[in-house]
Design a protein around this ligand. Structure first.
Ligand code: ARG
Length: 467
């Protein structure tokens, strides 16, 4: 079939070239944005007297019918069309006749595709932010339940100091809050309208770009037409924000995998999020968490892919830019899937506080507190550190722990030791004493929870009022 753009060429391209050139397979998911954008365009054209009110009504009605039929499945996207923009215009003209051909006045597919992508990513941004906030809330709820559950905190994956499971969960909640911040920040730059930039240079028609932008809920317009049609930095930013979000999710997933193992048994994942092995009947695999960890790689790949596509492209639009969509769509789909599985997985997992406490009791994680005890009695920290280390070594040789070592033994190392040392190295005391802001004490975790809850409430409020 001859192309809509047939003119100087006959438009009879080779079918292999057609297939290669076409993007409808993946850009059809922007049909809502494309149609809504076109409705606003018709409204602007009529407001400026470029088309008549009757033309506008016919276009709007035709477009509304197409939207309805696509939503209901009555109309199917024709995979033979080059892209979703061509498809909608073609069906419109078939349905309402020559008036349909007026829609593309004072615009180009170059500003149209940039508009559709910005609108699409804007709504994805909101959906992903909503899920991220939901997940942060789940972590905060867990923290509320476990602000007194003692577990070992690690550095170098070696038991280091006691922390609460609640404090641990809040660390991830804080990361997610920054992810939310990044999404909100990149949304600001997504939410600038390129429509009216036309092919690259603007238009000779007396258009009103700001009216069209406002109708579509944009905060402003791109102020240089060549920039408006040719940059995709907003999509790169979104991919970067999603990559960081996935980085956080992958770290948490790794912990869940470890904690669910027989070596740790800090948590038990519910059956609904655990898989078995086809050969080993005892297996309870944390496949979902492993997949979140694995899928992080593809989101990073999507980011690198788009950066590489854009590198060195001359202004303005180039067909290379058609390659912008699949990666960013894939990243959005992937992140949403990951959050949708992590949320119920954490809501239903069992936290084995007894196992956490046992692990905390056997790793000398109060050795720092033992040194601090001596410091508080007047010994310089380095000397106290040395004595504390020697006592741990002694315990290891004799199969004891600091809590069970007799006072006489302590006194052989320093006369500063007294009965109250046992209170000082009690794990609960060790945790409770870390009262510094942001520390692991119950009071500090409560403060963190209150702050995160307030931030989440604010985020949801802002989201609720946006487009
Ligand atoms: N399918 C194209 C894309 O995704 C739409 C813009 C085409 N513009 C053009 N001048 N060929 O980028």
């Amino acid at each position: 079939m001859a192309k809509m753009w047939a003119g100087v060429t006959a438009g009879n391209t080779d079918p292999v070239a057609d297939d290669f050139n076409s993007s409808i397979r993946f850009d059809k998911r922007m049909f809502r944005q494309d149609i809504t954008g076109s409705m606003a365009h018709a409204a602007m054209l009529a407001a400026k007297g470029i088309i008549t009110p009757e033309d506008r009504d016919a276009l709007t009605e035709g477009l509304a019918g197409i939207l309805e039929d696509l939503e209901s499945g009555k109309l199917e996207v024709d995979p033979g069309c080059e892209d979703i923009h061509m498809f909608v215009e073609q069906v419109l003209t078939q349905r309402i006749g020559d008036t349909g051909k007026k829609l593309h006045t004072a615009r180009s597919r170059n500003d149209q595709v940039a508009l559709d992508l910005r609108m699409y990513l804007r709504s994805e941004c909101d959906e992903i932010a909503g899920l991220t906030a939901d997940f942060a809330e789940v972590l905060t709820d867990l923290a509320g339940q476990h602000k007194e559950s003692i577990m070992p905190g690690y550095t170098h994956l070696q038991r280091a100091q006691p922390v609460s499971f609640g404090h641990y969960m809040m660390a991830y909640a804080m990361m997610l809050l920054r992810d939310l911040d990044r999404l909100a920040d990149c949304r600001k730059r997504i939410n600038i309208s390129p429509i009216g930039c036309c092919a690259l240079a603007g238009t000779t028609y007396d258009t009103d770009r700001r009216m069209e932008a406002q109708l579509l809920g944009f905060e402003g317009i791109c102020l240089n037409s060549m920039d408006g049609v040719s940059d995709r930095d907003f999509a790169v930013e979104m991919l970067a924000a999603l990559s960081l979000l996935m980085m956080h999710l992958s770290r948490l997933s790794e912990e869940l995998i470890l904690w669910a193992s027989w070596e740790f048994r800090f948590i038990s994942l519910s059956d609904a999020y655990t898989t078995g092995s086809s050969i080993m009947p005892q297996k309870r695999n944390a496949d979902m968490a492993e997949l979140v960890r694995g899928k992080t790689g593809r989101v990073y790949g999507d980011l690198m892919g788009l950066l590489t596509v854009l590198k060195g492209l001359p202004l303005a639009y180039n067909k290379d830019m058609q390659e912008d969509k699949e990666g960013v769509f894939d990243a959005c789909d992937t992140v949403k899937m990951c959050l949708r599985v992590l949320i119920p997985m954490l809501q239903t997992m069992q936290v084995n506080t007894g196992n956490m406490l046992r692990a905390a009791q056997s790793g000398f994680i109060n050795a720092t507190d033992l040194a601090d005890y001596l410091v508080k009695k007047g010994m310089p920290f380095r000397s106290a550190y040395k004595i504390s280390g020697e006592l741990v070594a002694l315990c290891l040789q004799t199969g004891q722990v600091l809590e069970t070592l007799p006072l006489e033994t302590y006194r052989q190392f320093s006369g500063l030791f007294d009965e109250d040392l046992y209170q000082a190295i009690d794990l609960k005391t060790c945790m409770e004493k870390r009262l510094s802001e942001g520390g692991t004490s119950v009071a500090s975790v409560e403060q963190q929870i209150a702050w995160v809850r307030a931030q989440l409430k604010k985020t949801r409020g802002e989201q609720g009022s946006g487009t």
